[in-house]
Design a protein around this ligand. Sequence first.
Ligand SMILES: *[C@@H]1O[C@H](CO)[C@@H](O)[C@H](O)[C@H]1NC(C)=O
Ligand SMILES: *[C@@H]1O[C@H](CO)[C@@H](O)[C@H](O)[C@H]1NC(C)=O
Ligand SMILES: *[C@@H]1O[C@H](CO)[C@@H](O)[C@H](O)[C@H]1NC(C)=O
Ligand SMILES: *[C@@H]1O[C@H](CO)[C@@H](O)[C@H](O)[C@H]1NC(C)=O
Ligand SMILES: *[C@@H]1O[C@H](CO)[C@@H](O)[C@H](O)[C@H]1NC(C)=O
Ligand SMILES: *[C@@H]1O[C@H](CO)[C@@H](O)[C@H](O)[C@H]1NC(C)=O
Ligand SMILES: *[C@@H]1O[C@H](CO)[C@@H](O)[C@H](O)[C@H]1NC(C)=O
Ligand SMILES: *[C@@H]1O[C@H](CO)[C@@H](O)[C@H](O)[C@H]1NC(C)=O
Ligand SMILES: *[C@@H]1O[C@H](CO)[C@@H](O)[C@H](O)[C@H]1NC(C)=O
Ligand SMILES: *[C@@H]1O[C@H](CO)[C@@H](O)[C@H](O)[C@H]1NC(C)=O
Ligand SMILES: *[C@@H]1O[C@H](CO)[C@@H](O)[C@H](O)[C@H]1NC(C)=O
Ligand SMILES: *[C@@H]1O[C@H](CO)[C@@H](O)[C@H](O)[C@H]1NC(C)=O
Length: 678
Amino acid sequence: MDWAAALLQLASLLAAAPIATPDALPGCPAKCGNLTIPYPFGIGEDCFREGFDVRCNDSVPYLSSGNITVVNINLTEGHLRVKQYMAYDCYSEDGKNNDYNNPFIYLYGLPYKFSDSRNKFMAIGCDTVGFLRDGESRFKTGCLSTCNSISYIPNGTCAGIGCCQTPIPKDLRAFNVIIDSYHNHTNCWDFNPCSYGFLADDGWLNFSVSSFSDLRNVTYVPVTLDWAIGNQTCEEARTNSTAFACKAKYSGCLNSTNGPGYRCNCLEGFEGNPYIEDGCRGGAFCLVFLILLCSWLYWMIKKKRLVELKEKFFRKNGGLLLRQQASSLEGSARVTRMFTMEELEMATDNYKESRILGQGGAGTVYKGILPDQTVVAIKKSKIVNDDEIEQFINEVVVLSHISHRNVVKLLGCCLETRVPLLVYEFVPNGTLSHHIHDEGRRASLSLESRLRIAAEIAGALAYLHSAASIPIIHRDVKSSNVLLDDNYTAKVADFGVSRLVPFGRKCLTSLVRGTFGYLDPEYFLTAQFTDKSDVYSFGVILVELLTGEKPVASTRSVECRNLAMHFQSCLKDGRLFSILEDRVVDEGSPELLGAVAELAKRCLSLMGEERPTMKEVAMELEGLRRFHQHPWIGDNEEEGEHLLKGAECSNPSVMLGEGDSSVHVIQPFDMKPFDIMR
Ligand SMILES: *[C@@H]1O[C@H](CO)[C@@H](O)[C@H](O)[C@H]1NC(C)=O
Ligand SMILES: *[C@@H]1O[C@H](CO)[C@@H](O)[C@H](O)[C@H]1NC(C)=O
Ligand SMILES: *[C@@H]1O[C@H](CO)[C@@H](O)[C@H](O)[C@H]1NC(C)=O
Ligand SMILES: *[C@@H]1O[C@H](CO)[C@@H](O)[C@H](O)[C@H]1NC(C)=O
Ligand SMILES: *[C@@H]1O[C@H](CO)[C@@H](O)[C@H](O)[C@H]1NC(C)=O
Ligand SMILES: *[C@@H]1O[C@H](CO)[C@@H](O)[C@H](O)[C@H]1NC(C)=O
Ligand SMILES: *[C@@H]1O[C@H](CO)[C@@H](O)[C@H](O)[C@H]1NC(C)=O
Ligand SMILES: *[C@@H]1O[C@H](CO)[C@@H](O)[C@H](O)[C@H]1NC(C)=O
Ligand SMILES: *[C@@H]1O[C@H](CO)[C@@H](O)[C@H](O)[C@H]1NC(C)=O
Ligand SMILES: *[C@@H]1O[C@H](CO)[C@@H](O)[C@H](O)[C@H]1NC(C)=O
Ligand SMILES: *[C@@H]1O[C@H](CO)[C@@H](O)[C@H](O)[C@H]1NC(C)=O
Ligand SMILES: *[C@@H]1O[C@H](CO)[C@@H](O)[C@H](O)[C@H]1NC(C)=O
């Protein structure tokens, strides 16, 4: 249904409705039967202007003088339609006249004239001469029509064959019609025994052959009269204000177009009866009201549609799925705040381009400012299919289960829009990847910061794997999914492909997802992901932090393209320091760097089982950090250095204590940091 069209229809309907203005003088009947009788016309004493008397008999209005029935009165056009007799002249087969009517109609003493613009004199017949003679015998006018075969008669046009017509002059007040024939219809009697003549509304008769017989049963024809007030021009009439007919405040005066006299009208924008005081009312006022009404209606309908659309999007965007998820995990899930479409539009200045923080495969991230001045990041998803909607809901569900200093906070979401929107806390200083790799940011992080960031990421992942209310595997750990705030505190982000792991399950099977360069080779082969897959990816980040190299770089030689493999082979060859970033080497002691490298190597073990848990990694990194801050605890620098250079790291052998968070590591060298940890 097209609402706009319906509305337009309604508007035109309302516009067509009559505007309530008085028609008659106070206390006078305004109607006769169905017909409205507007002043200056009127029924009864003191109800009409002189000459405009209307008689109402049996609900039929007549002009008071004469036998003329009123059909219609038009105040704005100055017309009056009345019924009038027709002249006819009929013959029998032998040419004897057997029926004849020759009416005389007059309007003397009345303010009416036969309208020259609206009427035509017509004569119908095939042996016909028709005249119209004015009341004072000043002139005659008319036309003739003869034809001797019905087949010549054209249908639908009155053009001289079987029918002729002629205009009449102005100022005609009385006439009679005379019909004559040349041959008493003897030549055409079989199809046309009668002639007809009348003055009628132009267009009243659509002439055709059947008119010859149809007109026999017609007694009245409609004729239009022009009417006017008095016999003066507007200017003359105005001089006597008591006699002047245009009484209404917003009225004007028009000279009559048919003889002397004048008429009144309401000024532009006003409607009603100009002959009555206060008769002209502001049509514009009603129009304004109408426009207001329409725009209000339009607005309501639009709003309703918007609500419907929002509801549709909410459902399409998995709002119900989210509600269901939230209720099934009740208690553990924080209530996710639902933002409205308008709130977010306002916050992002209508998704202005200047507000874009980043763009990726999953969508666009905008900077937004909420009314309470909170700065937020708004992710506008690029969702095209159901699978991705599931991912989206997944992220909402996962994040609503998490509350950790080093995990980006989800503030809420908005499902009313075509694509769903996620609202996060704003983390101002970009991604870790940016700080490690981007031109101009290289070597900008101190070793201390790097260790802290690594420890923070490890802490967050350990929390996700074990401490959160339901274990969560991130599945897309990478340096571009780690954000830094203004103090360079790390925040793990992007939980689009993360999974909640039901209790009692160690691994889940799914399509391989993740980012090339960070992908756990075991997961890649088995398509089974476990928390150890995250450990592998974390190992890659750790190597990135140490080397400043990208996880995959086409600038490196083919065998070194994959950073994890490149790092391991360097470590194996004892060339660790050749691959470490200069700043890292400058700031760290060889033992420390060796230990971190060793940790990274364990994280990158091919077999998931051989990798430490995130919790172990977090604790170890925490210990190494403290060792870095207070190197005096370590006293065996030379030995460490020596061992590092000759390190044999081809056989990583790590044993994990069963059900025990303490770590026993058998290594080719003994590291002080682990002692600190214990
Ligand atoms: C009034 O109008 C109705 C409907 O248009 C019609 O049936 C009825 O005959 C009319 N009455 C008179 C008196 O004209
Ligand atoms: C009113 O009309 C009726 C029949 O229609 C007629 O008999 C009567 O004379 C009329 N009255 C007047 C005053 O014309
Ligand atoms: C009105 O017409 C009727 C019949 O057509 C006629 O008898 C009557 O005399 C006429 N009245 C006037 C005043 O012309
Ligand atoms: C008078 O004529 C105007 C214009 O033709 C028309 O809009 C209006 O409806 C007519 N009024 C009446 C009462 O017939
Ligand atoms: C006019 O119409 C009549 C029927 O209404 C038909 O018999 C006749 O042939 C038509 N004449 C012309 C010239 O079309
Ligand atoms: C026509 O009829 C009139 C009288 O009705 C008669 O005087 C006249 O001669 C007739 N004309 C013809 C041509 O038949
Ligand atoms: C004219 O009226 C008469 C009787 O009132 C009827 O028999 C005839 O069929 C009508 N003619 C036409 C053309 O309507
Ligand atoms: C104008 O009308 C008045 C009365 O209505 C009349 O006395 C006067 O003679 C008329 N004037 C003309 C020029 O018709
Ligand atoms: C003005 O018109 C009234 C009423 O028609 C009339 O009584 C009066 O004499 C006129 N005044 C003038 C100055 O013509
Ligand atoms: C009315 O007619 C007179 C004389 O023809 C003319 O001077 C005057 O301007 C006309 N007034 C209007 C309002 O047309
Ligand atoms: C990090 O944040 C601080 C404080 O907001 C700011 O001064 C600094 O320029 C930011 N650095 C980068 C690289 O964005
Ligand atoms: C950053 O550190 C300063 C000083 O320690 C502290 O006031 C501020 O709240 C920190 N900012 C964040 C986002 O943690």
